[in-house]
Design a protein around this ligand. Sequence first.
Ligand code: SF4
Length: 333
Amino acid sequence: MTPQPNALELADLVMHFGPVRAVDGVSLTIPTGRVTALVGESGSGKSTVGRCVVRLEKPTAGTVRIAGTDVTGLTRRQLRRHRGDVSIVFQDPAGSLDPRMLVGEIVAEPLRLSGARLSRRDRATRVTEELGRVGLRAEVARRYPHELSGGQRQRVSIARALISEPKLLIADEPTSALDVSVQASVLNLLADLQRDIGFACLFITHDLSAVEYLADDIAVMYLGQLVEQGPRERIFARPAHPYTQALLAAAPVADPVRQRQRQPVLLGDDLPSALDPPSGCRFRTRCPLAFDRCATEVPAEVAFGGGMAACHLVQPDGTRPDVRAADPSEVLS
Ligand code: SF4
């Protein structure tokens, strides 16, 4: 049996908007059927990565490969053939659903755009099935988006994204515009659908506590670059990069034992500008462990345990000496 191609491969992806280096060399692989959470603060470039994958942005450099096909250089026309392979669910369902279209038309639209030859009746059946899968009744198809709640609208977005049976779903902060009370149910729905259908997913979020529902792997992004990657359990249990540690410390977790074990690490200042990122390690202006070398030398990626971390202090086994009380130059020499 030939092995299945990875659902997504990004190689050295770069997206500059004029002088703004929004994405600056991101390499990431999502195997078939797996979920990677792309985590970082707003302004880290994580949504731009998602927009490059679905070609809402044309990358400045690098390669995007979806289900084995290099789609980077394809024209819009050529891309249409691959449209069904990847779908996106946006943050704000109110903004992403056309208010003049009925829900049934919205959900069926990807089938129409893909050129699938279906009778009206077959298309309506598919829409009903898809609405049922996301927990909505068939009559919702005859409503307009404004007649629905925020949570229902996001379910409609998910139904539309999945009707073409994509190999890869980009979920860009899918719950952050929703009431806290419905966020968990939408995340649970996505997790259930992912398990049942088996699509791969790039789950973009600033909220590490949401990652626990859904992700197999985590990639942490800071100012346009990945600083750490690895299996979710390892990252939660032993974050190697100081930035990941700070993000985890800021995120509440359900498990009270683990919550108590957390050492708070304060991030301090705001994210620096992607117009003029700090020299050396981009995190150095906020890193509690920064030392001289961090200002002059870009940290190499240290590979370990199915992932990596880019920090001068991370050792080949993924550990980091506790240098808070010591002189870091001694540890490193
Ligand atoms: Fe902090 Fe230096 Fe590591 Fe960057 S390389 S995360 S500044 S210790």
